[in-house]
Write a protein that binds this ligand. Sequence first.
Ligand code: NAD
Length: 490
Amino acid sequence: MTLSFDPSSIRFPAEHFIGGERIAAEGALDLHRPSDGVAFAACPVASEDLVDRAVDTAKQALATSGWASARPRERTNALHRWADLIEQEAVTLARLEAVASTRPIAEMMTIDIPITAEQIRFFAEFADKEGGDLVPTADDSLGLIATEPYGVVGAITPWNFPISMAAWKLGPALAAGNAVVLKPSEMTPFATLYMAELAVRAGVPAGLINIVNGDGRTTGTAITGHPGIAKVSFTGSTAAGAAIMANVARTGIKPMTLELGGKSPQVVFADADLERACAAIARSVLGNAGQACVAGSRLVVEASVAEAVVDKIVAAMAAVRPGPTWDAATSGYAPIISERQLARMASIVEATVAGGGTCRHGGGRIDREGYFFAPTLIDGVDEASPAVTEEIFGPVLTVQTFQDGDEDAALALADHPTYGLCAGLYTRDLARAVRVTRKLQAGTVWVNRYGRSRDHILPTGGYKSSGLGKDLGREAYLANRKSKSVLIAI
Ligand code: NAD
């Protein structure tokens, strides 16, 4: 079977998913296909009342389903069946996403769906393995640290890897015994709805996963400020993360996990395997057209190899072949999510060039239908250039050089005043790798490679304004349970 398909053959009704049922709604926000700009659907905006209904439904489902109180292995089994069904329904899920988002159909089938299923299975296995602790106290007492689910978790996800981001939230929250009210991005609501429906078909009790669609201002604010939401789990921009913190402070303190923006450096020393380094760097800004929080968008390179490194990356940039996300034959060079985002990208690149930067490749929109931005490499920039300071969230790489051997200068350039999500480091010198890794201010450091792997045990989360708390790893599971200290007199 060919994976390519006709995007107009798929229906995208405006809906929510509450209590195991699709709820028809009025489309409010027009959506355009990123690959060709054609209007294809509208996203509804859930009101405060509808969010209220979703939270009540989640509470009811927790009370009646036994999800948190039955043998934990039952949660594990149900989540495994859900992951299996996601794989069985891969084509339907992949097509929903490929029309509406920037994810090419071939990558959906080989990357997003297998990873989503795997992440759900990864978290499912914690349910009957991570308990509390018996702790040392005097002989006249028994000390325990018990853990319990929070209740209803409010989750909010971005548009860039929609189903995998949903799995980051739903997997640990459900495995840990919670129910969830989740709002996907208003730009990519559809595949997440279907994913939730599959959960119910797989035997996850109805009402434990509720999807309310809408924008951040109305629906997102109603979720994070709802008194029935016991914990907030958010992935998105630093600005939205800050707005959520303010709303939570105003409406009632609750724990938060915030996975936010990044502007990650790629530090290349002259002794590195340059072929390998350049391939990794190019992949990190070309994959999903740079629309990844971890995109390594600032090249910091030792002066003597700078030209060679730039040439190799420019060659990789010149080789991309854009194409619609529903065509399985395209190279996988993705479109940008929206016209607005494309215009923002172009204005940051223009301002950088006006300030003295030089585009060695790309520099603007690709002349074809849809929202495609040319892979762009800019040198002649400094710490104040907009393309160096701003998270562009697109296929744009800046180049800054440091004098040969000057590790401190490399570290100073690598450091960003606001962000600290990830960093890449390339060198064959083991001592230097350890030394520099220790000093890099980032929640993740990749050495002689770049990008998240399928080692879901490694938590992800940022330093500085890149976030608070962790997704993935044991940390993400534990963040979905609260601990209770118990001391029993004997
Ligand atoms: P965004 O912040 O605009 O939106 C993300 C989500 O938050 C959407 O669902 C949106 O509707 C909602 N939202 C916006 N304002 C809100 C508010 N005040 N209250 C509640 N909800 C609100 O981000 P985006 O454009 O969808 O995604 C791109 C951003 O996400 C980038 O900054 C990227 O770095 C970040 N991101 C981070 C990670 C990570 O792991 N750190 C992963 C993916 C994306």
